[in-house]
Design a binder for this molecule. Structure first.
Ligand SMILES: [Zn+2]
Length: 321
């Protein structure tokens, strides 16, 4: 007698019956990049089918997403004005507030999550106010502007705040600002374990957010540290995060599982630009069975323990599901 595991693999309906992990459209959040201007649609060479879009084109995109059954978007702003403290991020007239108001006017059913960071708004490209003595960001000064930015975005109609700056104390600070401002109902999806990663390369082309000097190693998580990566997410849970996140996804599935086993909160992964670009360019070069590899990759995220997948593949997968 021995165990015959193949019995339930013989026929497709039997395999479907015992399948443990499934992808659903409802698992996905689609990132969008909003740029100033009219009728702008700039394709990003490193990320095929990903565009910088002006607000009018963002609306067309929202219509297409809703027709596909996708309700969740994550907005990134590409302001034309940048300065050392990212002051444009605190204006309720800047590009993201404009986009939120336009989307909510035309498509109130769309759920808008807002990336909260300063790297797209600062002329130096770092994620907050600089501390020249440390040659890094000034954590506590940055907390205050993150709180203010959250309040601006919530008051413009944003549905969820997603802080990505990896500042210590950012979740509790933003929670305090939102609660005091009358937005205790707005959830925070924290980029709770965000690694300093080479996989962000293509994103920085899209978001014009590469640091002009140095790197982000002094505030993002070291990719070699497992215990610290878990602690990062548990700390954000203790500070009041509603959803945790691991970013990037593909090289960090062990961390996804580690955090899944230690929290009862929903857990997201960010399937980042470099992961997307690798698959897309491998498809273009005819190196892989693209759809098969796509499903295998995304299913791997859920199998590792993710509930939510933030991905540039969202539209493609919605068409395939
Ligand atoms: Zn940033």
């Amino acid at each position: 007698m021995f165990r015959r595991l193949k019995r339930t693999r013989l026929k497709a309906p039997m395999r479907e019956l015992v399948r443990e992990t499934r992808l659903h459209k409802q698992d996905f959040i689609y990132p969008l990049f909003v740029i100033e201007g009219q009728n702008v649609k700039n394709e990003i060479p490193s990320m095929p089918d990903v565009f910088q879009l002006s607000v009018d084109n963002i609306l067309k995109e929202c219509e297409e997403l809703l027709n596909l059954g996708i309700y969740h978007i994550l907005l990134f702003g590409l302001p034309s004005h940048k300065d050392s403290c990212g002051s444009e991020a605190l204006s309720d007239k800047s590009i993201i507030p404009q986009a939120i108001k336009a989307i909510k006017k035309h498509f109130p059913q769309m759920i808008i999550t807002l990336d909260l960071c300063f790297c797209e708004y600062t002329d130096h490209g770092h994620c907050g106010i600089l501390d020249k003595n440390l040659n890094s960001v000034d954590n506590d000064a940055t907390l205050e502007i993150l709180g203010q930015q959250a309040l601006v975005l919530a008051s413009c109609g944003g549905d969820m705040i997603a802080p990505s700056a990896m500042m210590d104390g950012m979740v509790s600070t933003i929670r305090t600002y939102l609660d005091k401002g009358g937005f205790s109902h707005i959830p925070i999806m924290s980029y709770s374990t965000k690694f300093a990663s080479g996989y962000y390369g293509p994103f920085r082309d899209v978001a014009n957010s590469a640091p002009s000097f140095g790197d982000r190693n002094s505030y993002q998580q070291d990719s070699a540290n497992r215990r610290e990566a878990i602690l990062e997410s548990l700390t954000d849970e203790a500070e009041g995060a509603d959803i945790l996140m691991v970013k990037p996804a593909l090289a960090y599935l062990d961390i996804v599982r580690d955090i899944r086993d230690r929290t009862l909160l929903p857990l997201a992964v960010y399937n980042v630009s470099g992961e997307y670009a690798m698959l897309k360019h491998a498809q273009k070069a005819n190196l892989i069975d693209y759809e098969r590899v796509l499903f295998e990759t995304l299913t791997g995220f859920k199998r590792a323990g993710a509930d939510i997948i933030i991905s540039y593949h969202t539209k493609e997968i919605a068409k395939l599901l």
